[in-house]
Write a protein that binds this ligand. Sequence first.
Ligand code: NDP
Length: 327
Amino acid sequence: MSSFRALRIDKTDAGQTVSVVDFPESELMEGDVVVRVSHSTVNYKDGLAITGKSPVVRRFPMIPGIDFVGTVTASETDEFKPGDAVILNGWGVGETHLGGYAEAARVKSDWLVPLPQGLSPADAMAIGTAGYTSMLCVMALEKHGVTPKSGPVLVTGAAGGVGSVAVAILGKLGYHVVASTGRSEEAEWLKALGASEIVDRAEFASPGKPLQKERFGGVVDSVGSVPLANAIAQVKSGGAVAACGLAAGMDLPTSVAPFILRGVSLLGVNSVTVPKPIRVEAYRRLAQDLPRDKLAAITRTISFDEIIPTAQAIIDGKVRGRVVVEI
Ligand code: NDP
């Protein structure tokens, strides 16, 4: 393969362009493993990259796509051999290192995890970085000691990628899941995924007091800003919030009161640079604790040509659940 099909972002004085190109293999970046990519996904960050809404791309030209699954075609390390199925999430791929919207990728072996038994390549990308981050959030809450007995768990952005996978995992683990969404038409879908209660995200949208009625044993938050501040204000004494996203904004207008008067913990989750043993454990847990029928109900599959419009749709909050791209 001397060249392959790829999506490429270029930057000129006139702004950013995104086009489908024939990309020379000789221009792939450094790495000790070459992967033939079979599937990628559209995450919120991919939407930011392709629309140019936030400066997540820090090298041009760039092939976007922050995650992929595929088969090793060449390896300079003993860890992987041709034919191995591998997953990549994060590590700056699609931001500083050429990414997953391409038929081939060359990356560092340290960034790859083996596809776990029980997951197909399409399953792995149905989970994608959003779903893998949901599991990191659940693991962070568990490490803090949150259990189904701690009380209801709130999931914000519930109809989105991170949120819907979190609802499915937490429901399977026996939690009373309170799903916060702005899409009332998705209430039945969210209940079928594992939500026990649906709340309108408008409940969390207006600035409130830093201490409100104690409701939740834990929270998985993918939206940030005022909704996160209100969620923190409603966590029971000793409870915890796993915060991973900013769909509503980067700010966090709260006070120290929930932390010093209720001992609430705010657990930051950054999936991008998580060490490999934790990644492997997260995928083992996903293979075990994410019911496949629920994953199928969350997922839609698109072709390579649909990536650009889908990137805009995710930024507009119009994507439900997860999107798999067949490369
Ligand atoms: P999606 O767009 O699929 O989901 C985001 C959801 O947030 C929307 O579906 C919507 O849910 C809700 N939402 C959007 N705008 C607002 C708003 N103004 N107020 C309240 N809720 C809102 O994105 P993903 O699930 O893929 O990602 C979610 C966030 O998590 C992003 O910010 C992303 O960058 C971040 N992320 C972080 C990672 C990390 O490592 N820390 C890894 C992966 C994602 P609904 O329609 O149900 O209201």
